[in-house]
Design a protein around this ligand. Structure first.
Ligand SMILES: NC(=O)C1=CN([C@@H]2O[C@H](COP(=O)(O)OP(=O)(O)OC[C@H]3O[C@@H](n4cnc5c(N)ncnc54)[C@H](OP(=O)(O)O)[C@@H]3O)[C@@H](O)[C@H]2O)C=CC1
Ligand SMILES: CC(C)=CCC[C@@H](C)[C@H]1CC=C2C3=C(CC[C@@]21C)[C@@]1(C)CC[C@H](O)C(C)(C)[C@@H]1CC3
Length: 436
């Protein structure tokens, strides 16, 4: 009886995304590999960004064949530091005060409760780091630059460990599974995430990882890159270039905004629909901090001076993006919480929920992605045009968001049926009004 009920609640997934098990196996290997490749392909230690073409492949081949290279990826001290960092985030979650808020209603009719203290974790961490740098100077905070590879390895291992733990524990007891991650194919389910909300007691593993250890580490990495640059240019914070200031301030604002608006993630696709598998684990813990900070790392060894006009133009691109991103996300979030202060027109659906058809959400179906993409461009522009590698983030992000839009469209079609078709007729553009 209990088994029948469980099967009804957790139907088998039919149909694959990401080109099925082979596609997910490819991504599982290529995401960590790309995280390392972006370091070795864009670093002063390996000869440039990218290193000269004539030496690139021969030296890569030599490295991959040598045992010493593989051993050099492991750095015991960095692993301990990373583990201490992760534990710090857990301790902050435990001890810092925070309201418990409810997430959205899940398929089984229940609602999860989440402790909201990501922003106070960020403020406390930033306060300590600011104190250390003020007291001991920028040279006291360059550890991350010096131990990059070891820290990447530690974060990849943490992601593998957590994804395996969640995959195995999804088979223990009657868990609520993600509708897309229950195919029975272990490679695919491990990647997508089998259990919807794995947790240990009241500690929700997915939302914790999405916002804290990776996102705040990204901010710390940026600060460490700025410190390394300061040390190389005279040792004072005032020696940092305008391009580095732009990258770190824009990205710190983005991180702070995500953490400040913590409850808004409970309506995102990752929390409501996807399980917690290797995709999110590696994305949250390794990809976000170590790939998104590439531009700041580049500016350590290629010190670009922008001057006031270029600075002003890039600031304009970033803040236009931020304004679109924040107001679009705010508009939808308010609306989903029962508020419509501008009295925007809506479409009533048979499912009971309404869809906005005016304001940002009347211009295109993902205005928030448009703003995010503009910001992504503004984070690459300060690196100039000497190399395409520093434009990796904005290019990858365009692909990610186009694919995400496609996945969300399919999910909404399942949720809203004909009403979604009506909505698509009223709002025909996906991300770029009048273009796409
Ligand atoms: N920096 C990064 O690496 C990444 C950043 N992001 C950012 O995260 C944020 C969240 O993204 P994501 O979860 O993908 O998607 P959205 O926040 O856009 O949420 C999509 C959901 O919004 C609801 N919705 C869609 N249209 C309407 C409408 N017209 N009116 C009201 N509700 C509507 C639907 O859910 P329902 O109707 O069920 O409420 C839909 O499933 C974005 O700002 C994105 O840019 C995302 C991925 C990576
Ligand atoms: C290549 C690979 C493995 C990709 C996995 C995707 C993840 C990197 C992203 C999926 C959704 C994300 C979100 C954010 C960071 C990137 C991931 C984890 C986010 C936390 C960034 C800050 C924003 O303000 C946000 C809270 C809206 C956002 C939520 C989605």
């Amino acid at each position: 009886m209990a088994d029948t009920k469980n099967a009804e609640l957790n139907p088998r997934t039919h149909g694959y995304e990401f080109f099925g098990p082979l596609g997910t196996l490819f991504i599982t290997i290529s995401v960590p590999a790309t995280t390392y490749a972006l370091y070795f392909g864009c670093s002063e230690h390996s000869g440039g960004c990218p290193p000269p073409v004539a030496t690139l492949w021969p030296s890569a081949k030599l490295s991959l064949q040598s045992l010493d290279f593989w051993k050099s990826l492991w750095d015991q001290q960095a692993a301990v530091v990373y583990l201490a960092w992760y534990l710090w985030c857990v301790v902050c979650w435990l001890v810092l005060p925070g309201d418990w808020v409810e997430g959205t209603t899940m398929r089984d009719g229940t609602k999860k409760k989440y402790k909201i203290n990501a922003f106070s974790t960020f403020l406390l961490t930033m306060g300590i780091v600011a104190g250390v740098i003020t007291r001991f100077g920028p040279q006291s905070f360059t550890y991350i630059y010096e131990h990059w590879v070891g820290l990447v390895t530690a974060s990849v291992l943490m992601a593998i460990f957590q994804a395996l733990y969640c995959y195995i524990s999804s088979y223990l007891g009657n868990k609520l599974l993600a509708l897309g991650g229950n195919t029975g194919n272990p490679i695919y389910d491990f990647f997508i995430g089998r259990e919807l909300n794995p947790s240990i007691g009241s500690f929700d593993i997915k939302s914790f990882n999405e916002l804290r250890p990776g996102l705040i580490l990204w901010a710390l990495i940026d600060i460490s890159m700025a410190c390394e640059q300061a040390v190389r240019r005279g040792g004072k914070v005032t020696d940092i270039t305008d391009s580095m200031w732009l990258v770190i301030l824009f990205q710190l604002l983005y991180v702070a905004d995500g953490l400040y608006n913590e409850p808004a993630i409970f309506t995102t696709m990752d929390i409501t629909t996807d399980g917690f598998g290797f995709m999110l684990a590696i994305g949250d813990l390794a990809w976000v901090p170590f790939v998104y900070s590439l531009q700041a790392r580049y500016l350590v060894f290629k010190q670009v001076e922008l001057g006031p006009i270029h600075t002003a133009l890039i600031v304009l691109v970033n803040f236009t993006g931020y304004w679109v991103f924040r107001s679009a996300n705010g508009e939808k979030n308010d609306f989903r919480n029962g508020k419509n202060p501008k009295n925007l027109k809506t479409l009533t659906t048979q499912r009971g929920t309404k869809l906005l058809i005016e304001g940002w959400w009347g211009m295109c179906r993902h205005p928030n992605y448009l703003g995010d993409l503009l910001m992504a461009l503004a984070w690459s522009l300060p690196t100039g045009f000497e190399t395409p590698v520093t434009y990796f983030y904005v290019s990858y992000f365009l692909v990610l968001l186009m694919h995400r839009q496609y996945r969300d469209d399919e999910n909404c079609e399942k949720k809203y049926g004909d009403d979604w078709h009506k909505y698509k007729q009223l709002v025909p553009y996906r991300i770029f009004p009048y273009i796409y």
